[in-house]
Design a protein around this ligand. Structure first.
Ligand code: PXL
Length: 287
């Protein structure tokens, strides 16, 4: 019997602002993947809004895992993202250990534009740095990559030739990690790149996106969801990067064209059909 590949998605759900599960579920579903949400927190609005209420679900995650073990549920991927408390790190690690054959993804959601998100404490940051060592795929943005490497966030972006050395340095955090991806990195020449390293093929790749003078929340979540969906569908790393960069870029340009505000999130819904009708674009290049 045909069944969809399944990922557990350990991430928050925010009522407004289109990030985390509200971005991941539609995107990966459009790519033919079943997303099984394991919510880490419920928020009325994401943390970029001037106010929000949040219900921490730390106790729920371990119980959900026990239930999946009882039910004999299998997963092809365990995908972790926004975590609401430092104790949630252990629960993610337990999920990874329970499914050793699954693709283990850590999106180390900690901040953007040189700043940490409001709920990310020092303790949580330290523990996320430990969790990334267990991952097959990590997907920091530039701010998060700087936090993982104990660097200051480069305010004017990286020099183009630094992208590769940052990928190398991130890959040195753990030999377990097959794929290292830096998302949406601005270089000092004003370009935006997503770049990745595949340890198995020893390949370094980058895909460029056009610059839009607005940064929408949820872009990283959308990008990573498409990337993970691609890798789960046997895309090579550069093909998956290309697919993710194209979809996210298209959604960002669409959003900008309508003058939508930064917090209200990306107008990606009109583009979902593209994910289902995708052919290779070839916009990636080796670095
Ligand atoms: O997009 C990252 C993200 C995820 N979840 C929550 C957030 C953010 C970024 O602001 O606030 C709740």
């Amino acid at each position: 019997m045909k069944s969809a590949k399944k990922t557990a998605a350990i991430h928050d759900i925010s009522g407004i602002g289109k990030c985390s599960l509200t971005a991941i579920i539609p995107v990966m579903s459009a790519m033919g993947i079943q997303v099984c949400p394991v919510p880490t927190a419920v928020l009325s609005a994401h943390t970029g809004y001037s106010s929000f209420v949040m219900k921490d679900l730390t106790d729920f995650i371990g119980k959900a895992l026990e239930n999946y073990k009882t039910l004999g549920t299998s997963f092809d991927c365990i995908y972790s993202g926004f975590l609401a408390s430092a104790d949630q790190i252990e629960h993610c690690a337990d999920f990874f250990d329970a499914y050793p054959g699954a693709l283990k993804v850590v999106d180390p959601v900690m901040g953007d534009n040189g700043k940490r998100y409001k709920t990310i404490t020092d303790e949580l940051c330290t523990k996320i740095k430990m969790l990334v060592k267990k991952a097959d795929l990590i997907t920091p943005n530039l701010t998060e990559a700087a936090l993982l490497l104990d660097e200051d966030c480069p305010v004017n972006g990286l020099r183009a030739n630094e992208l590769k050395s940052w990928l190398v340095r991130l890959s040195q955090l753990s030999e377990n990690t097959r794929y290292i991806v830096i998302t949406g990195a601005q270089t000092s020449d004003g370009k935006i790149w997503s770049a990745g390293y595949d340890r198995t093929t020893d390949g370094f790749w980058r895909v460029g996106s056009s610059y839009v003078p607005m940064q929408y929340s949820g872009c990283g979540d959308l990008f990573t969801a498409v990337l993970v969906g691609g890798l789960m569908s046997e895309d090579s790393l550069p093909i998956a990067l290309d697919r993710a960069a194209h979809f996210t870029g298209l959604a960002i340009k669409t959003t900008y064209s309508y003058g939508i505000s930064k917090n209200d999130g990306i107008l990606f819904e009109p583009q979902l059909a593209w994910l289902n009708n995708y052919s290779e674009l070839g916009n990636f290049e080796p670095i």
